[in-house]
Design a protein around this ligand. Structure first.
Ligand code: SAH
Length: 215
């Protein structure tokens, strides 16, 4: 696959749209300008990669809408060198955006085929992201604490294991709800205290427990 002037032009337009829709963090806009989203979709959908829409990536999953990626990344307020855990690798696009912002990214996917594809794709494109085939509900205790945690599937409730893997002053962004989700931004104040700020309504594919084989 190539990243042509046409793709770059479409990407510029998309980033301008995101700016108009309220994304003001320059670092987020720059990372989304830099990461070629069409590399994360099947070649047949090349032309759709720069529409502000979610898109199927197979296995009943979707790559999140660009606005959602931008919105969550902005809320996460990630700084270079921070250790970031993403739950729900999917296509790997969100992980690539975080890596592009200088984060040390760990990402978990519960569907083996998606995990394999995303891992191979991220490696081929040169993004340094550590991919894991696991149940994201449990996080990655051996690498905790994380300064940032981003959950990219809709959770029914706040997963306790993930809260406990947050560093003090760390931030978790997670959509919580059944049919639609409210975006939560949880900050860990101390070992036992958390501050929860809620914004915006979204529709995510559900966060599922266990590994795919155990459904
Ligand atoms: N961040 C992705 C989009 C994610 S869609 C991207 O940039 O393309 C949500 C993903 O979460 C799906 O791939 C789904 O398989 C995964 N998922 C759902 N429940 C999970 C769990 N318990 N652990 C890990 N991944 C999970």
């Amino acid at each position: 696959m190539k990243d042509t002037y046409l793709h770059k032009g479409l990407r510029r337009k998309l980033v301008d749209q995101l700016h108009h829709k309220g994304i003001h963090d320059e670092r987020v806009l720059k990372a989304m300008m830099d990461v070629p989203r069409h590399f994360f979709l099947d070649a047949a959908f090349d032309r759709w990669a720069y529409e502000d829409k979610a898109f199927p990536i197979g296995h009943e999953q979707t790559i999140s809408q660009p606005f959602t990626v931008a919105y969550m990344t902005q809320l996460l307020d990630v700084q270079p060198r921070q250790k970031v855990l993403e739950v729900g690798t999917g296509s790997g696009y969100q992980a690539a955006v975080l890596a592009r912002m200088g984060a040390r990214v760990f990402t978990i996917e519960r569907q083996e085929a998606l995990y394999r594809e995303a891992k191979a794709r991220l490696e081929a494109l040169g993004y340094r992201v550590r991919c894991f085939y696991r149940d994201g509900y449990k996080g990655l205790p051996e690498f905790a604490p994380f300064e940032r945690i981003l959950v990219t599937a809709g959770a029914r409730e706040m997963p306790e294991a993930l809260k406990q893997q947050l560093a003090i002053r760390g931030v978790m962004v997670i959509p919580v709800g059944e049919t639609s989700q409210a975006m939560h931004r949880l900050t860990r104040i101390s070992k036992t205290e958390f501050e929860d700020e809620i914004s915006g309504r979204f529709k995510f594919v559900p966060f599922l427990g266990g590994l795919e084989a155990s459904d």
